[in-house]
Unconditional design. Structure first.
Ligand code: ZN
Length: 504
Protein backbone atom coordinates (compact mmCIF):
# COMPACT_ATOMS: atom_id res chain seq x y z
CA UNK A 1 0.00 0.00 0.00
CA UNK A 2 1.45 3.39 -0.98
CA UNK A 3 1.67 6.29 1.46
CA UNK A 4 -1.12 8.02 -0.48
CA UNK A 5 -3.33 4.94 -0.08
CA UNK A 6 -2.63 4.95 3.65
CA UNK A 7 -3.68 8.60 3.87
CA UNK A 8 -6.84 7.84 1.91
CA UNK A 9 -7.66 4.85 4.10
CA UNK A 10 -7.32 6.80 7.35
CA UNK A 11 -9.24 9.85 6.07
CA UNK A 12 -11.91 7.45 4.78
CA UNK A 13 -12.25 5.95 8.25
CA UNK A 14 -12.42 9.41 9.81
CA UNK A 15 -15.15 10.28 7.33
CA UNK A 16 -17.07 7.08 8.23
CA UNK A 17 -16.88 7.97 11.92
CA UNK A 18 -18.04 11.52 11.26
CA UNK A 19 -20.89 10.41 8.98
CA UNK A 20 -22.01 8.06 11.76
CA UNK A 21 -21.75 10.96 14.18
CA UNK A 22 -23.98 12.96 11.79
CA UNK A 23 -26.51 10.13 11.72
CA UNK A 24 -26.63 10.05 15.52
CA UNK A 25 -27.03 13.85 15.50
CA UNK A 26 -29.86 13.67 12.97
CA UNK A 27 -31.62 11.09 15.13
CA UNK A 28 -31.18 13.23 18.25
CA UNK A 29 -32.70 16.25 16.56
CA UNK A 30 -35.51 14.50 14.71
CA UNK A 31 -36.82 11.54 16.67
CA UNK A 32 -34.86 10.69 19.82
CA UNK A 33 -36.98 10.29 22.97
CA UNK A 34 -36.53 13.20 25.41
CA UNK A 35 -34.62 11.15 27.98
CA UNK A 36 -32.01 9.96 25.48
CA UNK A 37 -29.98 13.17 25.57
CA UNK A 38 -27.33 12.35 28.15
CA UNK A 39 -26.41 8.96 26.67
CA UNK A 40 -26.40 10.40 23.15
CA UNK A 41 -24.13 13.21 24.25
CA UNK A 42 -21.57 10.64 25.42
CA UNK A 43 -21.88 8.64 22.21
CA UNK A 44 -21.29 11.72 20.06
CA UNK A 45 -18.29 12.71 22.19
CA UNK A 46 -16.81 9.22 21.84
CA UNK A 47 -17.18 9.23 18.06
CA UNK A 48 -15.62 12.70 17.81
CA UNK A 49 -12.83 11.64 20.15
CA UNK A 50 -11.97 8.56 18.09
CA UNK A 51 -12.03 10.60 14.87
CA UNK A 52 -9.74 13.18 16.46
CA UNK A 53 -7.34 10.48 17.64
CA UNK A 54 -7.09 9.11 14.12
CA UNK A 55 -6.59 12.57 12.67
CA UNK A 56 -3.81 13.51 15.07
CA UNK A 57 -2.03 10.16 14.93
CA UNK A 58 1.65 9.96 14.03
CA UNK A 59 0.77 7.37 11.38
CA UNK A 60 -1.36 9.86 9.43
CA UNK A 61 1.16 12.69 9.80
CA UNK A 62 4.05 10.57 8.57
CA UNK A 63 2.03 9.04 5.72
CA UNK A 64 1.16 12.57 4.51
CA UNK A 65 4.80 13.68 4.68
CA UNK A 66 5.84 10.60 2.76
CA UNK A 67 3.09 10.94 0.13
CA UNK A 68 3.29 14.67 -0.61
CA UNK A 69 6.53 14.74 -2.64
CA UNK A 70 5.20 11.79 -4.68
CA UNK A 71 1.85 13.40 -5.57
CA UNK A 72 0.99 12.48 -9.14
CA UNK A 73 -1.21 15.42 -10.05
CA UNK A 74 -2.64 18.71 -8.78
CA UNK A 75 -5.74 17.14 -7.23
CA UNK A 76 -3.65 14.69 -5.27
CA UNK A 77 -1.26 17.40 -4.13
CA UNK A 78 -4.15 19.66 -3.03
CA UNK A 79 -5.77 16.75 -1.18
CA UNK A 80 -2.58 15.88 0.68
CA UNK A 81 -1.85 19.53 1.50
CA UNK A 82 -5.37 19.87 2.89
CA UNK A 83 -4.84 16.86 5.15
CA UNK A 84 -1.39 18.07 6.21
CA UNK A 85 -2.69 21.56 7.14
CA UNK A 86 -5.70 20.14 9.00
CA UNK A 87 -3.56 17.71 10.95
CA UNK A 88 -1.12 20.48 11.89
CA UNK A 89 -3.98 22.69 13.08
CA UNK A 90 -5.59 19.90 15.09
CA UNK A 91 -2.26 19.08 16.71
CA UNK A 92 -1.88 22.68 17.86
CA UNK A 93 -5.08 22.39 19.91
CA UNK A 94 -4.29 21.14 23.43
CA UNK A 95 -6.35 18.09 24.50
CA UNK A 96 -7.34 19.88 27.69
CA UNK A 97 -8.79 22.81 25.74
CA UNK A 98 -10.76 20.62 23.33
CA UNK A 99 -12.21 18.68 26.28
CA UNK A 100 -12.98 21.87 28.20
CA UNK A 101 -14.84 23.38 25.22
CA UNK A 102 -16.87 20.20 24.74
CA UNK A 103 -17.51 19.87 28.46
CA UNK A 104 -18.66 23.48 28.82
CA UNK A 105 -21.24 23.18 26.04
CA UNK A 106 -23.93 21.44 28.12
CA UNK A 107 -23.40 23.84 31.04
CA UNK A 108 -23.69 26.87 28.77
CA UNK A 109 -26.78 25.48 27.06
CA UNK A 110 -28.47 24.90 30.43
CA UNK A 111 -27.55 28.40 31.61
CA UNK A 112 -28.93 29.89 28.40
CA UNK A 113 -32.20 27.97 28.77
CA UNK A 114 -32.48 29.09 32.40
CA UNK A 115 -31.74 32.70 31.43
CA UNK A 116 -34.40 32.59 28.71
CA UNK A 117 -36.94 31.12 31.12
CA UNK A 118 -36.15 33.92 33.60
CA UNK A 119 -35.94 36.47 30.77
CA UNK A 120 -32.73 37.68 32.40
CA UNK A 121 -29.40 37.91 30.59
CA UNK A 122 -27.56 38.12 33.93
CA UNK A 123 -28.32 34.43 34.51
CA UNK A 124 -26.33 33.59 31.37
CA UNK A 125 -23.35 35.90 32.08
CA UNK A 126 -21.11 33.50 34.10
CA UNK A 127 -21.45 30.79 31.42
CA UNK A 128 -20.84 33.34 28.66
CA UNK A 129 -17.67 34.56 30.38
CA UNK A 130 -16.37 31.00 30.44
CA UNK A 131 -17.33 30.50 26.77
CA UNK A 132 -15.38 33.65 25.88
CA UNK A 133 -12.37 32.55 27.93
CA UNK A 134 -12.35 29.20 26.12
CA UNK A 135 -12.94 30.70 22.68
CA UNK A 136 -10.15 33.20 23.27
CA UNK A 137 -7.84 30.29 24.17
CA UNK A 138 -9.06 28.46 21.08
CA UNK A 139 -8.27 31.51 18.93
CA UNK A 140 -4.81 31.76 20.48
CA UNK A 141 -4.14 28.08 19.78
CA UNK A 142 -5.30 28.43 16.17
CA UNK A 143 -3.14 31.54 15.82
CA UNK A 144 -3.97 35.12 14.76
CA UNK A 145 -2.16 38.32 13.90
CA UNK A 146 -4.34 41.40 14.19
CA UNK A 147 -7.41 40.42 16.15
CA UNK A 148 -8.32 37.25 18.08
CA UNK A 149 -11.64 37.21 16.19
CA UNK A 150 -9.63 36.59 12.98
CA UNK A 151 -8.89 33.03 14.08
CA UNK A 152 -12.52 32.21 14.84
CA UNK A 153 -13.89 33.79 11.67
CA UNK A 154 -11.33 31.89 9.58
CA UNK A 155 -12.21 28.68 11.40
CA UNK A 156 -15.65 28.83 9.73
CA UNK A 157 -14.59 30.71 6.59
CA UNK A 158 -10.98 30.05 5.60
CA UNK A 159 -9.24 33.18 4.35
CA UNK A 160 -11.49 35.61 6.21
CA UNK A 161 -10.27 38.20 8.69
CA UNK A 162 -11.99 40.66 11.00
CA UNK A 163 -10.84 43.51 8.79
CA UNK A 164 -12.35 41.93 5.67
CA UNK A 165 -15.60 41.23 7.51
CA UNK A 166 -15.82 44.81 8.78
CA UNK A 167 -15.16 46.30 5.35
CA UNK A 168 -17.82 44.06 3.80
CA UNK A 169 -20.40 44.84 6.46
CA UNK A 170 -19.80 48.57 6.33
CA UNK A 171 -20.34 48.60 2.55
CA UNK A 172 -23.54 46.59 3.00
CA UNK A 173 -24.74 48.91 5.70
CA UNK A 174 -24.21 51.89 3.41
CA UNK A 175 -26.27 50.22 0.70
CA UNK A 176 -29.00 48.61 2.82
CA UNK A 177 -30.06 51.38 5.20
CA UNK A 178 -31.27 53.91 2.59
CA UNK A 179 -33.21 51.14 0.84
CA UNK A 180 -34.80 50.07 4.12
CA UNK A 181 -35.72 53.68 4.99
CA UNK A 182 -37.43 54.12 1.62
CA UNK A 183 -39.44 50.90 2.08
CA UNK A 184 -40.46 51.64 5.68
CA UNK A 185 -41.60 55.11 4.57
CA UNK A 186 -44.06 53.43 2.18
CA UNK A 187 -45.88 51.95 5.19
CA UNK A 188 -47.09 48.82 3.39
CA UNK A 189 -48.92 46.55 5.89
CA UNK A 190 -48.13 42.84 6.16
CA UNK A 191 -50.30 40.91 3.69
CA UNK A 192 -52.89 38.81 5.48
CA UNK A 193 -52.50 35.60 3.49
CA UNK A 194 -49.22 34.72 5.20
CA UNK A 195 -51.00 34.15 8.52
CA UNK A 196 -53.93 32.14 7.10
CA UNK A 197 -54.18 28.62 8.42
CA UNK A 198 -52.74 25.79 6.33
CA UNK A 199 -52.68 22.23 7.71
CA UNK A 200 -49.43 20.35 8.26
CA UNK A 201 -50.20 17.67 5.68
CA UNK A 202 -50.83 20.23 2.93
CA UNK A 203 -47.58 21.97 3.84
CA UNK A 204 -45.69 18.68 3.81
CA UNK A 205 -46.98 17.79 0.34
CA UNK A 206 -46.00 21.24 -0.96
CA UNK A 207 -42.59 21.09 0.73
CA UNK A 208 -41.79 17.76 -0.94
CA UNK A 209 -43.09 18.98 -4.29
CA UNK A 210 -41.02 22.18 -4.29
CA UNK A 211 -37.92 20.44 -2.93
CA UNK A 212 -38.13 18.18 -5.99
CA UNK A 213 -38.75 21.12 -8.32
CA UNK A 214 -35.47 22.74 -7.26
CA UNK A 215 -33.59 19.49 -7.82
CA UNK A 216 -33.44 17.75 -4.43
CA UNK A 217 -33.09 14.01 -5.12
CA UNK A 218 -35.43 12.18 -2.75
CA UNK A 219 -33.99 8.80 -3.71
CA UNK A 220 -30.89 10.05 -1.90
CA UNK A 221 -32.65 12.11 0.73
CA UNK A 222 -35.66 12.56 2.95
CA UNK A 223 -37.65 15.33 4.56
CA UNK A 224 -38.62 15.31 8.24
CA UNK A 225 -39.87 17.84 10.77
CA UNK A 226 -37.74 19.36 13.54
CA UNK A 227 -37.87 22.37 15.85
CA UNK A 228 -34.77 23.89 14.23
CA UNK A 229 -34.56 23.04 10.52
CA UNK A 230 -31.26 21.75 9.17
CA UNK A 231 -29.54 19.73 6.45
CA UNK A 232 -27.09 16.94 7.24
CA UNK A 233 -25.33 14.36 5.11
CA UNK A 234 -23.96 10.85 5.58
CA UNK A 235 -22.18 10.82 2.17
CA UNK A 236 -23.62 12.16 -1.08
CA UNK A 237 -26.15 9.35 -1.35
CA UNK A 238 -27.96 10.07 1.91
CA UNK A 239 -28.48 13.79 2.44
CA UNK A 240 -31.38 14.66 4.71
CA UNK A 241 -33.28 17.85 5.37
CA UNK A 242 -35.84 18.95 7.93
CA UNK A 243 -38.37 21.73 8.09
CA UNK A 244 -40.68 23.29 10.63
CA UNK A 245 -44.45 23.42 10.16
CA UNK A 246 -46.39 26.31 11.60
CA UNK A 247 -50.07 26.13 10.78
CA UNK A 248 -50.39 29.89 11.33
CA UNK A 249 -47.44 30.80 9.08
CA UNK A 250 -46.99 28.50 6.09
CA UNK A 251 -44.05 30.41 4.48
CA UNK A 252 -41.90 28.99 7.31
CA UNK A 253 -42.02 25.43 5.94
CA UNK A 254 -42.16 26.40 2.26
CA UNK A 255 -39.10 28.65 2.20
CA UNK A 256 -37.37 26.75 4.98
CA UNK A 257 -37.56 23.63 2.79
CA UNK A 258 -36.21 25.48 -0.25
CA UNK A 259 -33.37 26.75 1.93
CA UNK A 260 -32.39 23.31 3.21
CA UNK A 261 -32.84 21.80 -0.26
CA UNK A 262 -30.29 24.35 -1.48
CA UNK A 263 -27.83 23.06 1.12
CA UNK A 264 -28.66 19.49 0.09
CA UNK A 265 -27.92 20.13 -3.61
CA UNK A 266 -24.34 20.97 -2.63
CA UNK A 267 -23.92 17.72 -0.67
CA UNK A 268 -25.70 15.51 -3.20
CA UNK A 269 -23.79 17.09 -6.06
CA UNK A 270 -20.23 16.44 -4.91
CA UNK A 271 -18.12 14.42 -7.34
CA UNK A 272 -18.24 10.70 -6.33
CA UNK A 273 -14.42 10.71 -6.57
CA UNK A 274 -14.27 12.88 -3.45
CA UNK A 275 -16.45 10.67 -1.25
CA UNK A 276 -14.60 9.65 1.96
CA UNK A 277 -11.70 12.01 1.21
CA UNK A 278 -10.45 15.31 2.63
CA UNK A 279 -12.69 17.01 0.04
CA UNK A 280 -15.83 15.81 1.85
CA UNK A 281 -14.43 15.99 5.37
CA UNK A 282 -13.81 19.02 7.57
CA UNK A 283 -10.96 17.40 9.47
CA UNK A 284 -10.32 20.37 11.78
CA UNK A 285 -14.01 20.87 12.56
CA UNK A 286 -14.50 17.07 12.81
CA UNK A 287 -17.53 17.27 10.56
CA UNK A 288 -18.42 15.25 7.48
CA UNK A 289 -19.45 17.88 4.94
CA UNK A 290 -18.82 18.48 1.24
CA UNK A 291 -19.34 22.24 1.30
CA UNK A 292 -16.04 24.10 1.30
CA UNK A 293 -17.02 26.60 4.03
CA UNK A 294 -20.02 27.69 6.06
CA UNK A 295 -20.42 30.74 3.84
CA UNK A 296 -20.20 28.80 0.58
CA UNK A 297 -22.76 26.34 1.93
CA UNK A 298 -25.08 29.13 2.97
CA UNK A 299 -24.70 30.71 -0.48
CA UNK A 300 -26.33 27.65 -2.03
CA UNK A 301 -29.26 27.63 0.40
CA UNK A 302 -29.87 31.38 0.05
CA UNK A 303 -29.64 31.15 -3.69
CA UNK A 304 -32.37 28.52 -3.90
CA UNK A 305 -34.51 30.07 -1.16
CA UNK A 306 -34.25 33.74 -2.15
CA UNK A 307 -32.69 34.37 -5.54
CA UNK A 308 -34.74 31.58 -7.11
CA UNK A 309 -37.55 30.77 -4.66
CA UNK A 310 -38.72 34.33 -4.02
CA UNK A 311 -38.45 35.45 -7.65
CA UNK A 312 -41.45 36.42 -9.76
CA UNK A 313 -40.69 34.13 -12.74
CA UNK A 314 -40.43 31.09 -10.45
CA UNK A 315 -43.93 31.70 -9.13
CA UNK A 316 -45.34 32.69 -12.52
CA UNK A 317 -44.44 29.14 -13.53
CA UNK A 318 -45.32 27.28 -10.33
CA UNK A 319 -48.05 29.20 -8.50
CA UNK A 320 -50.82 26.85 -9.67
CA UNK A 321 -48.95 23.96 -8.06
CA UNK A 322 -48.97 25.76 -4.73
CA UNK A 323 -52.67 26.55 -5.07
CA UNK A 324 -53.32 22.81 -5.28
CA UNK A 325 -52.44 22.49 -1.59
CA UNK A 326 -52.75 26.08 -0.28
CA UNK A 327 -55.76 27.19 -2.31
CA UNK A 328 -57.97 28.13 0.65
CA UNK A 329 -55.34 30.36 2.26
CA UNK A 330 -54.49 31.94 -1.08
CA UNK A 331 -58.07 32.47 -2.23
CA UNK A 332 -58.21 35.82 -4.03
CA UNK A 333 -54.43 36.31 -3.93
CA UNK A 334 -53.02 36.60 -7.45
CA UNK A 335 -49.43 35.65 -8.23
CA UNK A 336 -48.19 39.26 -8.15
CA UNK A 337 -49.70 39.82 -4.71
CA UNK A 338 -48.18 36.52 -3.60
CA UNK A 339 -44.69 37.51 -4.77
CA UNK A 340 -45.01 40.90 -3.05
CA UNK A 341 -46.19 39.14 0.11
CA UNK A 342 -43.36 36.63 0.31
CA UNK A 343 -40.91 39.51 -0.12
CA UNK A 344 -42.57 41.77 2.43
CA UNK A 345 -40.03 43.83 4.39
CA UNK A 346 -40.63 44.55 8.06
CA UNK A 347 -37.81 45.11 10.56
CA UNK A 348 -38.16 42.67 13.44
CA UNK A 349 -36.03 42.31 16.58
CA UNK A 350 -35.71 38.57 15.84
CA UNK A 351 -33.05 37.34 13.41
CA UNK A 352 -34.75 34.09 12.40
CA UNK A 353 -37.89 36.00 11.43
CA UNK A 354 -35.98 38.64 9.46
CA UNK A 355 -36.78 39.27 5.81
CA UNK A 356 -34.13 39.16 3.13
CA UNK A 357 -33.36 42.88 3.29
CA UNK A 358 -32.91 43.26 7.03
CA UNK A 359 -31.21 39.92 7.69
CA UNK A 360 -27.67 41.23 7.33
CA UNK A 361 -28.37 44.07 9.76
CA UNK A 362 -28.90 41.41 12.43
CA UNK A 363 -25.53 39.93 11.52
CA UNK A 364 -23.78 43.32 11.74
CA UNK A 365 -25.03 43.78 15.27
CA UNK A 366 -23.80 40.36 16.36
CA UNK A 367 -20.41 40.66 14.67
CA UNK A 368 -19.65 43.99 16.35
CA UNK A 369 -20.63 42.56 19.74
CA UNK A 370 -18.74 39.28 19.28
CA UNK A 371 -15.53 40.98 18.20
CA UNK A 372 -15.71 43.41 21.15
CA UNK A 373 -16.43 40.58 23.62
CA UNK A 374 -13.46 38.66 22.35
CA UNK A 375 -10.94 41.51 22.52
CA UNK A 376 -12.28 42.58 25.91
CA UNK A 377 -13.60 46.02 24.91
CA UNK A 378 -17.11 44.87 25.85
CA UNK A 379 -17.87 43.02 29.10
CA UNK A 380 -20.33 40.10 29.05
CA UNK A 381 -22.71 41.83 31.46
CA UNK A 382 -22.95 44.85 29.14
CA UNK A 383 -24.24 42.86 26.15
CA UNK A 384 -27.96 43.72 26.62
CA UNK A 385 -27.15 47.44 26.62
CA UNK A 386 -25.01 47.17 23.48
CA UNK A 387 -27.68 44.96 21.88
CA UNK A 388 -30.39 47.55 22.52
CA UNK A 389 -28.28 50.42 21.17
CA UNK A 390 -27.37 48.60 17.97
CA UNK A 391 -30.92 47.34 17.40
CA UNK A 392 -32.11 50.92 17.59
CA UNK A 393 -29.32 52.14 15.33
CA UNK A 394 -29.63 49.45 12.63
CA UNK A 395 -33.26 48.38 12.72
CA UNK A 396 -34.93 51.38 14.33
CA UNK A 397 -36.50 49.10 16.94
CA UNK A 398 -36.66 49.07 20.70
CA UNK A 399 -35.58 45.88 22.47
CA UNK A 400 -38.23 45.19 25.09
CA UNK A 401 -36.70 42.22 26.88
CA UNK A 402 -33.65 39.90 26.93
CA UNK A 403 -35.57 36.92 25.58
CA UNK A 404 -36.32 38.63 22.27
CA UNK A 405 -33.01 40.53 22.44
CA UNK A 406 -29.59 39.30 23.47
CA UNK A 407 -30.82 35.80 24.46
CA UNK A 408 -32.49 34.94 21.15
CA UNK A 409 -29.68 32.96 19.48
CA UNK A 410 -28.35 29.56 20.43
CA UNK A 411 -24.87 30.27 18.96
CA UNK A 412 -22.96 31.58 21.96
CA UNK A 413 -24.30 28.90 24.27
CA UNK A 414 -23.22 26.33 21.68
CA UNK A 415 -19.71 27.79 21.55
CA UNK A 416 -20.20 29.07 17.99
CA UNK A 417 -18.37 32.38 18.21
CA UNK A 418 -17.34 33.65 14.77
CA UNK A 419 -19.98 31.76 12.79
CA UNK A 420 -22.45 34.65 12.39
CA UNK A 421 -20.62 36.42 9.53
CA UNK A 422 -20.94 33.30 7.37
CA UNK A 423 -24.68 34.00 6.92
CA UNK A 424 -23.82 37.30 5.29
CA UNK A 425 -21.03 35.73 3.23
CA UNK A 426 -23.69 33.33 1.99
CA UNK A 427 -26.06 36.12 0.95
CA UNK A 428 -23.29 38.04 -0.78
CA UNK A 429 -21.92 34.97 -2.58
CA UNK A 430 -25.38 33.82 -3.65
CA UNK A 431 -25.77 36.97 -5.76
CA UNK A 432 -22.28 36.51 -7.20
CA UNK A 433 -23.08 32.96 -8.33
CA UNK A 434 -26.37 34.07 -9.83
CA UNK A 435 -24.80 36.99 -11.70
CA UNK A 436 -21.94 34.82 -12.99
CA UNK A 437 -24.28 32.00 -14.07
CA UNK A 438 -26.44 34.45 -16.04
CA UNK A 439 -23.43 36.09 -17.59
CA UNK A 440 -21.37 33.03 -18.41
CA UNK A 441 -24.05 30.63 -19.60
CA UNK A 442 -26.48 32.16 -22.09
CA UNK A 443 -29.04 29.40 -21.42
CA UNK A 444 -29.50 30.37 -17.75
CA UNK A 445 -31.39 33.68 -17.93
CA UNK A 446 -34.02 32.74 -20.55
CA UNK A 447 -34.72 29.46 -18.74
CA UNK A 448 -35.20 31.27 -15.42
CA UNK A 449 -37.67 33.60 -17.14
CA UNK A 450 -39.69 30.48 -18.00
CA UNK A 451 -39.43 29.22 -14.40
CA UNK A 452 -36.93 26.52 -15.40
CA UNK A 453 -34.00 26.36 -12.99
CA UNK A 454 -32.35 23.41 -14.80
CA UNK A 455 -29.56 25.35 -16.58
CA UNK A 456 -28.86 27.39 -13.42
CA UNK A 457 -28.52 24.22 -11.36
CA UNK A 458 -26.32 22.64 -14.01
CA UNK A 459 -24.03 25.68 -13.82
CA UNK A 460 -23.94 25.49 -10.02
CA UNK A 461 -23.20 21.80 -10.18
CA UNK A 462 -20.33 22.36 -12.59
CA UNK A 463 -18.83 25.38 -10.81
CA UNK A 464 -19.62 24.77 -7.15
CA UNK A 465 -21.22 21.51 -6.02
CA UNK A 466 -19.07 18.90 -7.71
CA UNK A 467 -15.86 20.36 -6.27
CA UNK A 468 -16.79 19.74 -2.64
CA UNK A 469 -13.91 21.07 -0.55
CA UNK A 470 -11.38 20.84 -3.40
CA UNK A 471 -11.00 24.66 -3.46
CA UNK A 472 -11.05 27.14 -0.60
CA UNK A 473 -13.90 29.68 -0.81
CA UNK A 474 -11.89 32.55 -2.35
CA UNK A 475 -10.45 30.19 -4.93
CA UNK A 476 -13.84 28.68 -5.77
CA UNK A 477 -15.38 32.13 -6.19
CA UNK A 478 -12.43 33.39 -8.21
CA UNK A 479 -12.52 30.46 -10.63
CA UNK A 480 -16.25 30.72 -11.28
CA UNK A 481 -16.93 34.46 -11.07
CA UNK A 482 -13.56 36.08 -11.72
CA UNK A 483 -13.60 37.98 -8.43
CA UNK A 484 -13.31 37.58 -4.68
CA UNK A 485 -16.10 38.14 -2.19
CA UNK A 486 -17.83 41.25 -3.55
CA UNK A 487 -20.99 42.85 -2.10
CA UNK A 488 -21.88 44.83 -5.24
CA UNK A 489 -23.87 42.12 -7.11
CA UNK A 490 -25.88 41.50 -3.94
CA UNK A 491 -26.62 45.19 -3.41
CA UNK A 492 -27.55 45.57 -7.08
CA UNK A 493 -29.91 42.58 -6.83
CA UNK A 494 -31.60 43.97 -3.70
CA UNK A 495 -31.89 47.47 -5.16
CA UNK A 496 -33.42 46.20 -8.40
CA UNK A 497 -35.79 43.81 -6.65
CA UNK A 498 -37.17 46.16 -4.00
CA UNK A 499 -37.34 49.17 -6.29
CA UNK A 500 -39.62 47.09 -8.48
CA UNK A 501 -41.68 45.43 -5.72
CA UNK A 502 -42.23 48.62 -3.72
CA UNK A 503 -42.35 51.01 -6.70
CA UNK A 504 -39.63 53.12 -5.06
ZN1 ZN B 1 -28.59 27.51 6.04
Amino acid sequence: MTAYDRVRRTVGEINDLLCTLNLATWDARVQMPARGGAARGRQLATLAGVARERATSNELASAVDEALPLAENEDERAELQRVRDAVATLRRLPDGLVDAIAGHRATAQDAWEAAKAANDFAVFVPALRETLRLQRAFADALGWEEHPYDALVAHYEPGMTTARVRALLSRLREGLLPLLDAIVAKGVPEPEFRRKEVGVEAQRVAALHFARIVGYDLDRGRLDASAHPFEISFTRDDVRITTRYRTDYFPMSLFGTLHEAGHALYEQGVDPRWVRTAFTTDIVGLYAVAGTSYGAHESQSRLIENQLGRSAPFWDAHYAELLATHGDALDGVDVNAFVRGINHVAPSPTRVEADELTYDLHIMLRVEIEAALLDGTLAAEDVPKAWAEKTEELLGLEVTDDRSGALQDIHWSAGLVGAFPTYTFGNVMSAQWMAAARERDPAVAPALERGDSGPLRAWLHENVHRHGRRYLPDELLGRATGSGLDPEPYLAYLREKYTRLYAL
